[in-house]
Design a protein around this ligand. Structure first.
Ligand SMILES: *[C@@H]1O[C@H](CO)[C@@H](O)[C@H](O)[C@H]1NC(C)=O
Ligand SMILES: *[C@@H]1O[C@H](CO)[C@@H](O)[C@H](O)[C@H]1NC(C)=O
Ligand SMILES: *[C@@H]1O[C@H](CO)[C@@H](O)[C@H](O)[C@H]1NC(C)=O
Ligand SMILES: *[C@@H]1O[C@H](CO)[C@@H](O)[C@H](O)[C@H]1NC(C)=O
Ligand SMILES: *[C@@H]1O[C@H](CO)[C@@H](O)[C@H](O)[C@H]1NC(C)=O
Ligand SMILES: *[C@@H]1O[C@H](CO)[C@@H](O)[C@H](O)[C@H]1NC(C)=O
Ligand SMILES: *[C@@H]1O[C@H](CO)[C@@H](O)[C@H](O)[C@H]1NC(C)=O
Ligand SMILES: *[C@@H]1O[C@H](CO)[C@@H](O)[C@H](O)[C@H]1NC(C)=O
Ligand SMILES: *[C@@H]1O[C@H](CO)[C@@H](O)[C@H](O)[C@H]1NC(C)=O
Length: 496
């Protein structure tokens, strides 16, 4: 899983220095890779605005009878007893090319017939929602350090919703295509179209969810996927003049929203969190061009970016205070789970678990004998074709159409830090409806929140890194409950 050396050679470019060689986290690598590609600007990534009215025709719904039953997961290897139902399997998103997406679905612990349907997407591009979302963040189980048994996550989001995890696009995790070109070349547009095709067909397979309130959530590069899928749904609903998918809201965390705001905010965060000297930060702010159109950085900018790299190279910038994984071996006996929330080696446990043939069999995954191993972040997607410089117009579109928009931020993430998200929101120039105040859970400050006119809620999660539900599971569950319930975060320690 250590495959970082190839990225380091681009160290003179802004941002590309930040692939830490010491951490096993793969999401960081994937994200740095796309930024690097964007900044290189010479491989022709299309950064124009994604608009479904120009590209999104021909998605088909196919019969799904009987498939739900055969997707039922009786029990996962090493799994503790649970009451809710689980499903896993493939949905074909393109019959012509033989492209199929893998999903894992957990019904709610209680009231599954009335609670909403929540889709979770991880970012990358190329990272798996099974690897992170389901197995390390908000899913019902986490993997023990033995790589073969599971334990319960007390704060699983299926207390609040029926939760659907999707591995997307093709080439991620168990999702594949029989046409190699399909997964070698990814892109935002293809991902949005295929995610939409997945959803239509999945709802055909699980028709009881067709009219259910539907929400989309995600983190990191899913700051693109979530709004782009929501936009596609909205477009088709408006075009058909009926509710094809009952989309009610979206929520994104530590999300890639606006390249200029994100990159600038990252340097602001390093400077303000005593990771980098004031002099270096000033040099960055003065000499680096954060505009998405910048094709070349000045010598002074590159010099300062290298200094930043030297300062942060041995940190996990996903969580600037986290320990690093110093021994990635599995253990014979599971480690105590008390401190597992921030076990920095959990990627390795999940890798071992999901590559076990008996686990794949129980999940109904890898039925076509995919010729490469399951990876938390794809190693087969080679090229990314399009990635708009900003998704702000989509957020505005949702607000204009009465779709709830929440943006959250774990405040100790250095990758897409709270400063980046604040910059992006500032760029939207929204009037404030409820001004900045702490929100509470269990008598403690869970974070801070500010609500804007047009129903956009911004909330920080105190003490959480990039993967908010991993680092602050209780606060993350409280956040999602308030989001789904359409209620404000509690503004006093007594009102929770
Ligand atoms: C997409 O394009 C259509 C037609 O050009 C336009 O009316 C619409 O406003 C665009 N949507 C967004 C979100 O830009
Ligand atoms: C399906 O895949 C084929 C071949 O790659 C492509 O030409 C076509 O546009 C795709 N159709 C849809 C609806 O995605
Ligand atoms: C991909 O090819 C395999 C082997 O021919 C086949 O079993 C499978 O159904 C194909 N997948 C799709 C989505 O068509
Ligand atoms: C859309 O549907 C509503 C009723 O559901 C109808 O009143 C309206 O005329 C329709 N609009 C168009 C443009 O067909
Ligand atoms: C970037 O270039 C595009 C197209 O050339 C232009 O519309 C846009 O205003 C430019 N953005 C900035 C921040 O300069
Ligand atoms: C790493 O952990 C394994 C399993 O607990 C142990 O056998 C091994 O000695 C450890 N290696 C080091 C270098 O500490
Ligand atoms: C799929 O299964 C084959 C063995 O049948 C294995 O070699 C491969 O690593 C697996 N791939 C994935 C993505 O799980
Ligand atoms: C904002 O939310 C409130 C309460 O849910 C609702 O009444 C109002 O119509 C919404 N406003 C907009 C602009 O969507
Ligand atoms: C706190 O929130 C409640 C319910 O949302 C609201 O009625 C109250 O005015 C708020 N109090 C303050 C001090 O903002």
């Amino acid at each position: 899983m250590e495959n970082k050396a190839t990225f380091i050679i681009f160290c003179t470019l802004l941002l590309s220095c930040f692939i830490t060689q010491t951490t096993a986290k793969k999401q960081i690598e994937a994200l740095s890779h796309i930024y690097k590609e964007k900044l290189k600007n010479n491989i022709g990534i299309d950064r124009s605005h994604l608009n479904a009215s120009h590209h999104f025709h021909g998605v088909k719904v196919h019969p799904q009878e009987g498939l739900k039953e055969s997707d039922r997961i009786v029990r996962l290897p090493g799994q503790p007893e649970v009451k809710f139902k689980q499903y896993g399997g493939y949905v074909t998103v393109n019959h012509t090319s033989g492209k199929a997406f893998y999903y894992y679905f957990v019904e709610a612990q209680k009231s599954e017939k009335t609670l909403p349907l929540l889709l979770w997407l991880n970012g990358g591009p190329g990272c798996s929602s099974l690897a992170y979302g389901a197995m390390q963040e908000l899913g019902p189980f986490r993997v023990h350090s033995d790589g073969k048994t599971l334990y319960k996550n007390k704060f699983t989001w299926n207390h609040a919703a029926n939760v659907l995890f999707l591995e997307s696009p093709a080439g991620v995790g168990f999702s594949y295509s029989n046409t190699t070109d399909d997964f070698r070349n990814g892109g935002d547009r293809k991902t949005a179209r295929d995610n939409y095709a997945f959803l239509l067909n999945w709802l055909e397979r699980f028709p009881e969810y067709k009219n259910r309130d539907f929400y989309i959530s995600g983190e990191s590069y899913a700051g693109h996927y979530v709004p782009q899928l929501a936009h596609t749904i909205l477009y088709h609903n408006l075009k058909a003049n009926k509710t094809i998918i009952n989309l009610k809201g979206i929520i994104i965390g530590n999300a890639v929203i606006d390249d200029e705001s994100d990159v600038k905010g990252m340097y602001e965060y390093f400077g303000s969190h005593a990771l980098v000297s004031d002099e270096t930060t000033e040099q960055i702010m003065k000499y680096c061009d954060f505009s998405p159109n910048a094709t070349k950085q000045s010598e002074k900018c590159n010099e300062a970016a290298e200094a930043v790299g030297r300062n942060i190279n041995h940190l996990d910038i996903y969580n600037i205070y986290a320990p690093l994984c110093s021994n990635s071996s599995l253990t014979d006996k599971p480690k105590k789970t008390l401190d597992m929330n921030d076990d920095p080696c959990s990627d390795f446990y999940v890798y071992a678990y999901l590559n076990r043939p008996e686990v794949q069999k129980a999940l109904h995954a890898n039925v076509t004998k995919i010729p490469y191993a399951w990876q938390p972040c794809s190693e087969v997607i080679r090229n990314w074709e399009d990635s708009p410089a900003t998704i702000i117009p989509l957020l505005k579109e949702f607000m204009a159409n009465g779709i709830r928009v929440w943006i959250f931020s774990g405040d100790i993430d250095g990758r897409i830090p709270v400063t980046s998200t604040k910059n992006s929101i500032k760029k939207m120039k929204l009037p404030i409806k409820i001004s900045w105040h702490p929100w509470y859970l269990g008598g403690e400050v869970g974070g801070y929140t500010q609500v804007y006119e047009g129903n956009l809620t911004f909330a920080t999660v105190r003490g959480a890194g990039h993967q908010v539900p991993s680092y602050q599971p209780a606060r993350a569950l409280s956040l999602i409950m308030h989001f789904l319930g359409g209620t404000e975060l509690p503004n006093s320690s007594r009102s929770q």
